[in-house]
Design a protein around this ligand. Structure first.
Ligand SMILES: [Fe+2]
Ligand SMILES: [Fe+2]
Length: 222
């Protein structure tokens, strides 16, 4: 279980809302491995340009995922509505990250390979799945990426040696926690013939093993 404990760089009302967000995140996220804070100190802090570029593309890909779910599942109005909102919000995040890049005198670099996401995709069954099982896997895949992003943003918000970015990542941590919940709820609602919670537990165990090979590079999931 992740520790969203009392460590916090905010005070006054900000501290209260930060504490509340951490408690919600603690309750919601069930990731099995926590990122070592040394990842920020020893890897990220020395290359802010790299982490921001990688992050910008994560937001862009999140918007693309939302768009492609609309194209693939237009028969589900609730999914179409929620993915429309999500796509807009993720593009807003992309713009925010791009502004942080520009503010620091950098330019957006090329897209980085996301090996973590490629490894996660191997968990998804390729053949012999029902329509609902396929949809469920796609929603849980998106939920997992949101959950890990949320956890990484939490560590960044606590450890990064840049007050502006600490506040920035704290806000994004809350958004990603909300997105994670939305995908899990959609899976439960739209895939009633699938054991969504059982599949999620198995996926969490798989992700817990995958993530042990990461936390060594200046990427959001690296
Ligand atoms: Fe986002
Ligand atoms: Fe998100």
């Amino acid at each position: 279980m992740l520790d969203f404990g009392p460590k916090c760089r905010f005070s006054g009302p900000e501290w209260f809302f930060s504490y509340l967000a951490r408690q919600i995140a603690l309750y919601m996220l069930k990731l099995q491995m926590q990122t070592d804070p040394m990842w920020v100190k020893h890897v990220v802090s020395g290359n802010i340009e790299e982490i921001l570029t990688d992050h910008a593309y994560c937001e862009l890909k999140a918007a693309s995922t939302a768009n492609s779910l609309i194209v693939q599942y237009p028969q589900h109005p609730e999914l179409v509505e929620q993915m429309s909102d999500l796509s807009q919000e993720e593009m807003g995040h992309f713009r925010m990250v791009h502004r942080e890049i520009q503010k620091r005198g950098f330019a957006l670099g090329r897209e980085r390979k996301d090996s973590y996401v490629n490894e996660l995709a191997k968990f998804l069954k390729k053949k012999g799945k029902s329509v609902e099982e396929t949809l469920c896997d796609k929603l849980l895949f998106a939920a997992m990426i949101e959950a890990r992003s949320c956890e990484r943003f939490k560590v960044l918000s606590e450890e990064i040696d840049d007050e502006g970015l600490a506040t920035f990542y704290h806000k994004l941590m809350i958004s990603e926690a909300r997105h994670y919940t939305m995908f899990i709820k959609l899976a439960r609602k739209l895939c009633p013939t699938v054991d969504v919670d059982g599949r999620w537990e198995a996926f969490l165990a798989y992700e817990g093993e995958v993530i042990t090979r990461y936390g060594k590079s200046e990427r959001i999931h690296g």
